[in-house]
Design a protein around this ligand. Structure first.
Ligand code: PHE
Ligand code: ZN
Length: 856
């Protein structure tokens, strides 16, 4: 039974645990339907908590076989057992440290939620963040209870893995010891018929570490890139943050059924196989880039997450914001910094701004939740990372380095808070961060409005900030907004190099003297703060910045803004794209001094969803079909305007020799793909069809197929592709996603429905479900079909998935989070679909919370 009224948890209710744990010993007797877990837990009263409290242990879906306190069996009446845990009254507990023992039985084969111990293709694996350990045994399942773990696995499976260093092993068993105290959410166990791709790394203090990536037999040839990314991550964390690895082994396991991207379990990361396995013929450049970034992310958690963890789940951004920031720095160092920054901002706007400007808006550090799984959001992760980027800008690189050293020194082994985090910055740099702290507590994207004037050689920028009301937060206080600014002379020379203006009041003016002419400002360089910049400007000025700005981010941003202006006018006034925009883009296309990856980004049009949000922000109700048509028309106009450049560009960007995933080659392929998409509008897909036939790598094969579909061809190629890759799950995921995401607007619901009837639509596999159903959501015009057919289809499938996998269902309800942008008819249809989900009997707590918040 599900609880009728799910209870919210509040940050303000935090109390320290009554008992701490000194040591955990676990024995697993694995069996698909009846695994026995024997636990021996050494408890001690917490000196910082009120004495004489009962022992409260979390536990869900466990069959209790027996328990004992201090060696004496706990009998009925000695304890209370509910479907969420076990409580032993203080009267039954010694005042001194004591040992609690239990034996429970669990059923991994019935675990379709993929939390706790479950089976994926016959292999045992675990997922314990955030509250999965309580489905394994009775335990104080909260991150501020940290302990060393000893684990013994008994099973005939070939490979038996857990956290820490390997201990004794033999026929049918293996033991593991993790010396580093950790919270239960970092526990992991894997058992199955696995093979490893192995390597080693020697830390800078000379300790050898054995590295292993464990996969199903047959996949061992697809681990080279992940291993290489891992070694580069280990080195980078030593070089840049001074952080060394701390165990003899580091293992990664690839699993096919996983709700998220990957998990940082101590010494035993578990990954969605999509973010590990790669070969040139099966993985795209984007896959390689994701693998590099996620391998780094999980590895970096070893210090920012594991050695220093979160006191409670409200502090999630303490580990996630910081670790995202670190993986972004890493990828910037490995590849191109400006290109990485542009990609990150594109993501931020597409996911986080969308969230922050809708019914699900919440602070980077929320103050209440019903289901914590619903708070692994773009706001906690991506905005959490932006907040750290701003801190770094404000205190400078040296200040940041000092603060981080202090953080690791002071809090190693702790379960820490955002207050602790801000305190190290205050103590290391002397800067008062009380106002800055509002970034963690206020939701919503601040809007910064800029006006300017010029008089007697003095240029003045007037900045005004305003953060809109968000659910539960009607009034906002001004935040500290670092606005990086540079000034250009009308001849294109930079007269004021980048300087950071600190906007702390609601309104503030900043002056620049001694100028001979009114400059062109380049504002919010590098996207120095996660805000919406509002400034009336001209097409000419944007084209000027696209041509002359020395800041690569703002150079790109100028082109982006141009495209958005043009598209907006096409949608609202049916205006044709003017020469200013087309000529400016032609200059970019022809400029060989620019990095191809940058050129690809600059030539790519804003997404339909981005345009919908942009129009909505400007007070226009977006019509998804009109946006789709306008974008197609602009693409054609651009293709025609560039018709003399494209074939040459397409040829120049072809790289001879075997495929290499390096960022330079990937950048050339990205530009080539952009050219191909435009050429298809002129040659009816001929070049794309040829590329599809000739491709020797997945980037070019899939790229060609996508282009063919988007110009209404590719049916035959879809068949060829399917037959070629039928046995490769990850490639077939792409095949599914391409079809639902690129179906013509009027055909999207039917196409997706047909895909759900395909024999390979294994809807219980989260990757496959996300490919098909999530693919439809990225097809903005198709998803928002005026008939409501797509909304209904999605609702049907979410209702079906919910009892199996609440976590993935709840996450995917965000497909509906933008309902308030649209016209009354669409709003009614979307709300109707949501209400139908909400009315489903026995709906999970996860999905109930999400749907309730989205409906408002
Ligand atoms: N902590 C994981 C990460 O960032 C994400 C995750 C959360 C995975 C919950 C599984 C479950 O990298
Ligand atoms: Zn993370």
């Amino acid at each position: 039974m599900k609880d009728a009224t799910p209870q919210a948890v509040y940050l303000s209710d935090y109390t320290p645990p009554a008992y701490l744990v000194d040591k955990v010993s676990l024995v697993f007797r694995l069996d698909p339907a009846a695994t026995r877990v024997l636990s021996r837990i050494e408890f001690r009263p917490n000196p910082d908590a009120a004495p004489g409290q009962p022992l409260v242990l979390d536990g869900e879906k466990l069959k209790l076989i027996g328990a004992a306190v201090a060696g004496e069996a706990v009998k009925d009446g000695d304890h209370t057992q509910t479907d969420t845990g076990l409580t032993i009254p203080a009267s039954r507990l010694p005042a001194e440290p004591f040992v609690f023992e239990a034996e429970v039985e669990i059923d991994p084969s019935a675990n379709t939620a993929l939390e706790g111990l479950y089976m994926s293709n016959g292999m045992y694996c675990t997922q314990c963040e955030a509250e999965g350990f309580r489905r394994i045994t009775y335990y104080p399942d909260r991150p501020d209870v940290m302990a060393p773990f000893h684990v013994r696995i008994e099973s005939d499976e070939k490979v038996l893995l857990s956290n820490g260093n390997p201990g004794a092993s033999g026929d049918g068993f293996a033991e593991w010891t993790d010396p580093w105290p950790k919270p239960a959410y970092l526990f992991a166990l894997v058992a199955g018929d696995l093979v490893a791709a192995k390597d080693s790394f020697t830390t800078r203090s000379g300790t050898p570490v054995e590295l292993g990536i464990w996969v199903r037999p047959g996949d061992e040839g697809k681990c080279d890139y992940a291993l290489d990314a891992l070694k580069r991550s280990m080195k980078w964390d030593e070089d840049v943050y001074g952080r060394e690895y701390d165990l003899d082994v580091f293992n990664i396991v690839a699993v096919d059924d996983f709700n998220m991207g990957a998990m940082e379990n101590k010494g035993l990361n578990v990954f969605n196989s999509k973010y590990v396995l790669a070969s040139p013929s099966t993985a795209t450049d984007m896959d390689y880039e994701n693998i590099e970034g996620i391998i780094a992310h999980e590895y970096f958690h070893n210090w920012t997450g594991n050695r220093i963890t979160c006191r409670d789940w409200f502090q999630l951004c303490l580990k996630e914001g910081l670790t995202v920031f670190r993986d972004q720095q890493f990828s910037g160092d490995m590849r191109s910094k400006p290109v990485k920054r542009i990609q990150d901002v594109l993501q931020l706007r597409a996911r986080q701004f969308r969230e922050d400007n809708g019914p699900l808006a919440h602070p980077v550090r929320p103050s209440s939740y019903i289901e914590i799984n619903n708070f692994y959001t773009a706001t906690v992760y991506e905005k959490g990372a932006e907040v750290i980027g701003m801190l770094k800008r404000l205190v400078g690189d040296d200040g940041y380095a000092k603060a981080l050293d202090l953080y690791f020194d002071r809090h190693d082994g702790d379960a820490a808070t955002i207050e602790d985090w801000l305190a190290v910055f205050q103590d290391a740099t002397g800067r008062d961060l009380s106002q800055f702290g509002r970034w963690y507590t206020q939701a919503g994207t601040p809007r910064v409005t800029v006006t300017d004037d010029f008089k007697d050689g003095t240029y003045t920028l007037h900045l005004k900030q305003e953060t809109p009301a968000t659910p539960g937060q009607p009034d906002k206080q001004p935040q500290v907004i670092p606005v990086a600014v540079g000034l250009l002379n009308p001849n294109g020379d930079e007269v004021q190099p980048t300087t950071v203006l600190e906007l702390t009041e609601e309104q503030q003016s900043f002056t620049f003297d001694g100028l001979s002419a009114k400059p062109v400002p380049s504002i919010l360089r590098g996207f120095s703060a996660p805000v919406i910049l509002d400034r009336k400007t001209t097409t000419e000025e944007r084209a000027f910045l696209l041509a002359h700005d020395t800041d690569p981010f703002n150079k790109w941003e100028a082109g982006r803004a141009l495209a958005k202006d043009v598209l907006a006018r096409m949608v609202t006034d049916r205006a044709a794209p003017g020469p200013a925009y087309l000529d400016a883009l032609e200059r970019v296309a022809r400029d060989e001094t620019l990095d191809p990856a940058f050129r690809a980004l600059a030539l790519r049009l804003p997404s339909e969803d981005d345009m919908a949000q942009t129009l909505f922000d400007a007070g226009v109700t977006p019509d998804p079909l009109a946006i789709h048509d306008a974008r197609e028309k602009l693409m054609l106009a651009l293709a025609e305007h560039l018709s003399s450049v494209l074939p040459g560009l397409y040829e120049d960007m072809s790289i001879p020799g075997p495929y290499s995933p390096d960022s330079k080659a990937a950048g050339c392929r990205a530009l080539r793909q952009t050219a191909l998409a435009m050429m298809a509008r002129l040659d009816d897909g001929k070049t794309a069809a040829k590329q599809f036939r000739d491709a020797d790598n997945m980037t070019e094969q899939l790229g060609a197929l996508g282009v063919l579909l988007s110009v209404g061809h590719g049916q035959e190629e879809l068949g060829t592709f399917y037959r070629q890759w039928q046995l490769d799950r990850l490639v077939i995921d792409k095949w599914f996603a391409l079809q639902s995401s690129l179906a013509a607007p009027g055909k999207a619901a039917d196409t997706t429905l047909a895909l759900t009837r395909h024999p390979d639509f294994d809807w219980k596999n989260p990757n496959r479900f996300r490919s098909v159903i999530g693919g439809l959501a990225t097809n903005a015009a198709g998803f928002h079909d005026p008939s409501g057919a797509s909304y209904e289809l999605v609702a049907d499938w979410l209702i079906r998935l919910d009892p199996m996998n609440p976590q993935t269902t709840a996450r995917m309800t965000t497909m509906f989070e933008t309902w308030n942008r649209y016209d009354a008819d669409r709003q009614a249809l979307m709300r109707g679909a949501l209400q139908r989900i909400a009315a489903t009997r026995g709906l999970s707590r996860d999905t109930t919370e999400m749907v309730g918040r989205i409906l408002g």
